[in-house]
Write a protein that binds this ligand. Structure first.
Ligand code: URP
Ligand code: ZN
Ligand code: ZN
Ligand code: ZN
Length: 485
């Protein structure tokens, strides 16, 4: 059984053109004019694109004394409903048992996921077992390691631990990721605010100023450079962090920056909302910022200094958020966005002229597929690629509302936003898994783990260069050495 997507405009990261797409089994068989197949999907008036990849999710993540309520089943289906066909989730080891945690994540994901998935491994401490396990993790197809510079006393690592881990990443051909906020300063500011009686969600934003993020971003980049490894900064929320990334890239450093759709579109004003729940529902780290920062992030996407738009989907219910009713430091940090990322970015990015359709594909799919060494199996619309495809209808719109969302969370941080660019069809490895207007259901167990090999071309090029310019001892003629006294 073949499927042909007919009459649409194919959009890839480098161009747009009228073409049909023929799918045979799980893969794309051909892209071109006048194709035919057993089943026809009508794409007239729509754009046919590589499915979205969200490289930053925390489904069912145990965190801050609770567990993110969005499950692998609901979250991966919410992703498909919004045109995202693959998620990359963060494995958090307990007691530095990396392999045990990877097995636990794989068990949850493989039972429940409707969409394809992959993992990043978190490094939350440093020891010989961690050093050794990293190689096994890479052998399991996980080529990226995340480091938290914040969450002091919990997930945070310090500079010498990061340097050790980054060097290990360089040797293994893996990519370090960083949550960049100065965790010592955040912890101190939190205590100061609590002592002053500022205990509500507004204090969350006050305790995490943009400078704290800019400093940590700069420090992480310096450590990566010293270790000779590329680096990826997650949830870049402000000009200070973007500026550090921009500056490093201008110097030729291999640095990537990932703004979230939330930071591109939501304002810090949410934290002073009179309704406690409303404000707490929007507590995430880093916090939302003012328009100056949002404009900087948009500029980074069009200029190419920022490469990826993600969600950091880490969704807690209102009841869970209330754990921090008397103390903002206990509000579980995280917000959702999996099903809204693509339509929100289309509406606020492409419809406003801030992004071209090809740039939209680049930042939602192709760039991250290349960074994570998934390309062209994912992130590409070419013969041989997995048939992960979204048929995006620029006229189909909705008002975002928790009451009608696919996610199981009881609110939505984009409530009331008007969006267009909904998926008419989402296909995952050749199967239609979402079609607007039909009663699609999750299909737990159909999503597959996608292994990602190490040593992507950028790692190789950087190691070659670093080896060439490495410090070397000078061999001196003994005759020219000073005579000992
Ligand atoms: O507030 C956030 N971002 N929660 C999820 C964990 C993380 O820091 O990415
Ligand atoms: Zn230390
Ligand atoms: Zn983070
Ligand atoms: Zn995160």
């Amino acid at each position: 059984m073949s499927i042909v997507i007919k009459g649409g405009t194919v959009v890839t990261a480098d161009r747009s053109f009228e073409a049909d797409v023929l799918i045979d089994g799980e893969s794309i068989a051909a892209v071109g004019p006048g194709l035919s197949g057993d089943t026809v999907l009508d794409a007239s008036g729509a754009y046919v694109m590589p499915g979205g990849i969200d490289p930053h999710t925390h489904l069912e993540m145990p965190f801050m004394g609770t567990t993110a309520a969005e499950t692998w089943e609901s979250g991966s289906f919410a992703a498909l409903s919004g045109g995202t066909t693959m998620v990359v989730d963060f494995v958090i080891p307990e007691n530095e048992n990396l392999i045990g945690a990877l097995n636990a994540w794989e068990a949850r994901a493989s039972r429940q996921a409707s969409a394809d998935y992959s993992f990043h491994m978190c490094i939350t401490g440093w020891s010989q077992p961690v050093f050794e396990a990293m190689e096994q993790v890479v052998a399991r197809g996980v080529n990226s390691f995340k480091h938290f510079m914040a969450y002091k006393g919990a997930l945070m690592v310090d500079d010498d631990q990061m340097f050790a881990s980054f060097q290990r990443c360089a040797a293994l051909g893996a990519l370090p990721l960083v949550h960049a906020e100065n965790g010592d300063i955040v912890a101190a500011l939190q205590q100061k605010l609590l002592a002053e009686g500022v205990r509500g969600p507004e204090a969350h934003a006050f305790s995490r100023p943009a400078e704290v993020e800019g400093e940590a971003t700069n420090r992480a980049i310096m450590i990566a450079d010293a270790a000779g490894v590329p680096i990826y900064i997650v949830h870049v929320s402000c000009e200070q962090s973007h500026e550090a990334i921009r500056r490093a890239r201008q110097k030729g450093m291999r640095v990537y920056g990932e703004p979230l759709i939330q930071h591109l579109t939501l304002d810090e004003g949410v934290y002073t909302h009179p309704d406690w729940d409303y404000a707490a529902q929007r507590v995430m780290s880093p916090p939302f910022r003012d328009r100056v920062h949002q404009d900087s992030l948009w500029a980074g996407l069009s200029a190419g200094s920022l490469q990826v738009v993600a969600t950091d989907h880490c969704a807690f219910t209102t009841a869970q958020k209330r754990m921090g009713m008397d103390d903002f430091t206990r509000i579980p940090n995280g917000t959702g966005g999996l099903e809204d990322r693509m339509p929100m970015l289309w509406t606020r990015g492409v419809e406003t002229g801030r992004l071209t359709p090809s740039e939209f594909v680049a930042v939602t799919s192709t760039n991250i597929a290349r960074i994570l060494n998934l390309y062209p199996r994912k992130g590409a619309l070419v013969a041989g690629a997995d048939a992960d495809i979204v048929v995006l209808d620029p006229k189909a719109g909705k008002t975002i509302s928790a009451a009608r969302q696919t996610s199981i969370i009881d609110y939505n941080v984009f409530e009331g936003f008007e969006v267009r660019g909904l998926p008419r069809y989402t296909l995952s490895r050749g199967e239609v898994v979402w079609s607007q207007g039909r009663n699609d259901l999750p299909r737990p167990g159909r999503g597959r783990f996608i292994p990602r090999p190490a040593f992507n071309p950028v790692n190789r090029a950087l190691s070659t260069w670093k080896a060439l310019v490495a410090p070397r001892a000078v061999t001196r003629d003994p005759a020219r050495m000073p005579i000992g006294v």
